[in-house]
Structures are given as structure tokens and as C-alpha cells.
Design a protein around this ligand. Structure first.
Ligand code: BT5
Length: 319
């Protein structure tokens, strides 16, 4: 019912709508309408009320609520179903459970804050409440498990493009899963999956973006949109653009394969041409970044002139 009321407000943006009209259209009493309006106000909607005129929607809260995320989203796969929570341990954990229970591809889980946000390899993701974006998306690509890094890279391209499109900032991708602005990490992506040897049952794409959070409380080497922009930015607008970009890149990937994504990735790559040390498993490899290959592996030119492909690891810059 809240969504129905919001839909009516949205289609009469500048007009007042009387309680009587709402009650007739929705088939509930005026007292019930009032209760819903109060509930929406509690959620942060600014709804003005004038005697004899009725109600008008003034502004919506900057929260990742399902109705707001879905409004005007215009995606094909991503976000047909959205679940939003206040505080969760981790959006990836809930997404995993929903996927096990058969949730449809493209289902999105968002949270205002996380108590056990996680990164790769047991690391944690600092997730304060109400200031950033924490999303998990369930995907079911028909690819082999060893191809999963392609999806992480497609997601990285999507987030970087979303930031660059909605803000005046320039975000770049640091292989494999970091988005940087001015050399500092603004977003991390965690891909987890349920797979058999030759097929992926589902894959969970976890995306954390620091938006309106102050640098002082972030880990060393991190930044946020507000820090780089010098002013607050709408989490809702950015999250929607991420979902749109992801939808479009995922469809491109399904239709045309990885090559077009790779091309985009190369334009946004922070590492190309730089000297790096990659820590992978128990090894360290040093060299100049050539590119990534058609599986999403990082290709380094070693000092002896040989090329080496690295499938997974952490990259440290070397001067
Ligand atoms: C990542 O791991 O960068 C993946 C982070 C994914 C987070 C999302 S939020 C929604 C979804 N639900 C989850 O539970 N997770 C996903 P990794 O490359 O391992 O980087 C982790 C490291 O980044 C940490 O060890 C810190 O050094 C640093 N870090 C932690 N929190 C950060 C933050 N908010 N901003 C920037 N850096 C951070």
C-alpha cells in the first residue's frame, strides 16, 4: 500500500492529492491513508499536508529502499526483486541464503549498514550505517567456475562507469576488485559462488562503495565520494546507476562475451604500464602490468622479459 501511495504521488509530482481521492483510488479509509502517510514520514519521506488541498510528496529519503531503487530503474535482469535491510551481518550472507532457496537471477539485497561486512580471504569490510552503499546481487551466468573473475571485472567496470557518469570524479579499476579515486580505495567487490566443477549454480556479487563517510573513520588508503567531491552525494542515485550499468554490462557479456567488457576495462585500468608486486598464494611476482587476458588474469612482463599470467592475488605498487 505504501508503494501504491508513492506511485500516485510520483505521477502527480507537483500537485496536492486529497485524502479523499487517495482513499477512493486505493479503496481504503482516510484514516488508513493517514497511517500510511505517517509510516512513510517515519521512513524519511517528506510529505506536506494542507487542509482542503491534501498531500504532496516533497522529497524522498536517501535510503536504498526497494521502491526507490526500482523506480525508473529500467533494467532487464538486475533489480526485478529487491530486499532492503537496516543492519545485517553481511548482504552477501543473506544473498547466499536467498539463492540457495531459489531466488531469481538479478535479485538485489541492500543494507544501510553491516556488522560483519567481509572482503576477500577472510578480511573485513568497514560498513558504517546510513552513509554508504552495500549491495549484493545474485547472478546465474552460464559459464565455467574458472571464468567467474570475468564477472568481477564486469562489475568493476560497471561501478567505475557509474561513479564517472554520475559524479565529476574519475574512478579507475585496480585489478582485480578495487575501484580507486585519486589512488585511494572507494569501492571493493567480493564475488562468491556456489559451483560444481563444470558449472556455476549461482554467484553473489557483493559491492561496497564509500559514499558520505568521512575519511577519518575509514581505513588507511581509503576514500569516499564525499571526500573527493567535497560535498554529499545521493547514495540512491549512485546505487541505481550501478545497477543500470551492471545490467547493461551483464547483458553485453551474455550476448557478446568478455571482449567488449575487456575493452572497457582497459580504458579504466589504473595499473596498465605500472610496476607492481603481486602477492598470490605463497608467492610474490614483480613486473610491469601489460594488460589482462581474455580470462581476466593479470599479465605481467617480468624483468627477464617473460610474460606471466596471474589469476588471483593482491597488487602492491612498486616505484
Ligand atoms: C574487498 O575485499 O575489497 C571486497 C569488499 C566487498 C564489500 C561488500 S559490501 C556488500 C557485500 N557484503 C559483504 O559482506 N561484502 C560485500 P579485499 O580486496 O579483501 O579488501 C579488504 C580490505 O580493504 C581490508 O582488509 C581493508 O584494508 C580495506 N577496507 C576495509 N573496509 C574498507 C572500506 N570501507 N573502504 C576502503 N577500504 C576498506
Amino acid at each position: 500500500m505504501d508503494e501504491e501511495i508513492l506511485k500516485i504521488f510520483r505521477s502527480n509530482r507537483d500537485d496536492y492529492i486529497s485524502g479523499e481521492e487517495l482513499s477512493k483510488t486505493l479503496g481504503i479509509s482516510r484514516a488508513a491513508i493517514w497511517k500510511h502517510i505517517e509510516k512513510l514520514r517515519d521512513e524519511g519521506y517528506d510529505i506536506s499536508a494542507f487542509p482542503h488541498l491534501g498531500y504532496r510528496l516533497v522529497s524522498v529519503p536517501d535510503k536504498l529502499l526497494p521502491f526507490e531503487l526500482k523506480w525508473d530503474l529500467k533494467t532487464e535482469v538486475i533489480g526485478k526483486k529487491i530486499y532492503s535491510y537496516q543492519i545485517l551481518e553481511s548482504t552477501n550472507t543473506i544473498a547466499y541464503r536467498l539463492a540457495v532457496d531459489g531466488a531469481q537471477e538479478g535479485t538485489v539485497i541492500s543494507a544501510e549498514g553491516q556488522t560483519k561486512g567481509r572482503g576477500r580471504m577472510g578480511r573485513s569490510w568497514f560498513s558504517p550505517k546510513g552513509v554508504s552503499i552495500y549491495l549484493s546481487i545474485i547472478l546465474k551466468p552460464k559459464i565455467y567456475p574458472f571464468e567467474a573473475p570475468k564477472i568481477t571485472l564486469a562489475a568493476a567496470v560497471s561501478v567505475a562507469e557509474a561513479i564517472n557518469r554520475t559524479t565529476s570524479l574519475s574512478a579507475l579499476i585496480k585489478w582485480p576488485n578495487d575501484i580507486l579515486i585519486q589512488d585511494k580505495k572507494v569501492c571493493g567487490i567480493l564475488t562468491e559462488m556456489d559451483a560444481e566443477v563444470d558449472r556455476i549454480n549461482f554467484l553473489i556479487l557483493g559491492i561496497g562503495i564509500n559514499v558520505n563517510v568521512n575519511k577519518e573513520i575509514l581505513p588507511e588508503g581509503a576514500t569516499s565520494i564525499i571526500e573527493e567531491l567535497g560535498k554529499e552525494f545521493s547514495r540512491l542515485e549512485l546505487a541505481k546507476e550501478v545497477l543500470r550499468e551492471l545490467d547493461s554490462n551483464y547483458l553485453i557479456f551474455k550476448r557478446d562475451g568478455f571482449a567488449p567488457i575487456l575493452k572497457q576495462w582497459q580504458k579504466l585500468s589504473y595499473l596498465s604500464g605500472r610496476r607492481v608486486r603481486v602477492v598470490c598464494q605463497n608467492r610474490k611476482v614483480e613486473g610491469y602490468v601489460v594488460s589482462i587476458d581474455d580470462l581476466g588474469a593479470l599479465v605481467l612482463r617480468l624483468d627477464n622479459g617473460f610474460l606471466e599470467r596471474i589469476l588471483a592475488g593482491d597488487v602492491v605498487m612498486v616505484r
